[in-house]
Design a protein around this ligand. Structure first.
Ligand code: NCD
Length: 308
């Protein structure tokens, strides 16, 4: 059987995705049923860029399934520091593990690795490009909290230029009926033109606005906040100018619909004030928990392990 990788959120059909999300919900309800399903299996986490949630949730996911974990958490602590290519690294890792999750600062690096891999490779974030497993987490969260993935008005706020979670989320939600987007960013941090072009090509309603105010939030079902991606800026002065452009605090949230969900892939810096955390609309910590179930379902799917 051909090895299946996950590079983009569009690698799964909508039907496959439904199945994966159903599996994730079943995992949430029946953890014990899955506790030994991956006994003897290993995941390699190959992280060339910092991470807390993505790496640890992959590791927790495999451990929850009874499997184990190996890997590295920075470029410095791997042979990349000696000049080894990702293609060579994955050939070696294919001998040690059954599945691998790779994060890399260069766009396309996990794809290059997948071409040389005999085990499934998961893109755990490639530069400012894509972050498909965050999207699985996001859509599992949205479906679980709102009960649907269609007929939603989704506001996405912050660094829409460099934020890879944003690019993957827009691509994925664009496949559902009745989706519209409100893209909220400073001029300099608008979505890349390829994202805008794909929205236009599919006739998906969207608007681009600068202000996060009562008018902008009036019709939102979801407000997806993101941090300004400091590490992708060419100079620090630009980052400093942009970093506090949006701050969602309790006062501002007063202006939002009562049933709007606030999501954030995390880490948050200043864009959501901590006084928002206790508001029932603040769903970002639950979102992080859904990340474990989504990754458990993904590991089972890519390893082709069927559950009764
Ligand atoms: C995101 C990422 O790495 O792109 N983090 C994550 O995986 N949850 C978002 C971010 O770093 O801002």
């Amino acid at each position: 059987m051909a090895v299946r990788h996950l590079m983009s959120p569009l690698d799964f059909t909508v039907e496959e995705l439904d199945h994966l999300l159903d599996l994730a919900n079943d995992i949430e309800l029946h953890r014990e049923k899955y506790a030994h399903i991956c006994d003897g299996k290993r995941i390699a986490t190959l992280f060339y860029e910092p991470s807390t949630r993505t790496r640890l949730s992959f590791e927790a996911a495999m451990m929850n399934l009874g499997g184990s974990v190996l890997g590295f958490h920075s470029e410095d602590s791997s042979s990349a520091a000696k000049g080894e290519s990702v293609a060579d690294t994955i050939r070696i890792v294919s001998c040690y593990a059954d599945i691998a999750a790779m994060r890399h600062p260069k766009e396309g690096a996990p794809l290059v690795a997948s071409l040389k891999s005999s085990i499934p490779v998961i893109n755990a974030g490639d530069g400012g490009h894509q972050h498909p497993t965050q999207t699985l987490t996001d859509i599992l969260t949205i479906r679980s909290l709102k009960g649907r993935l269609g007929n939603l008005t989704v506001g996405i706020c912050g660094d829409l230029k460099f934020g890879r979670t944003v690019h993957s989320l827009i691509a994925s939600l664009s496949r559902y009926e009745g989706i519209s987007f409100v893209l909220i960013s400073p001029e300099e941090l608008k979505v890349p033109s390829y994202v805008r072009d794909s929205l236009r090509a599919k006739n998906i309603p969207y608007s681009e606005v600068v202000k996060l105010d009562a008018d902008t939030m009036a019709d939102l079902d979801i407000l997806y906040m993101t941090r300004v991606q400091r590490e992708r800026f060419f100079n620090e002065a630009d980052y400093v100018r942009m970093k506090d452009f949006y701050i969602l605090d309790r006062e501002k949230l007063e202006l939002a619909p009562k049933d709007m969900c606030v999501l954030h892939p995390l880490p948050r810096v200043n864009e959501i004030a901590v006084d928002v955390d206790d508001d029932p609309r603040a769903c970002y910590f639950r979102q992080a928990q859904y990340g474990v179930y989504a990754r458990m379902a993904l590991i089972l799917t890519l390893l082709g392990i069927e559950v009764d």
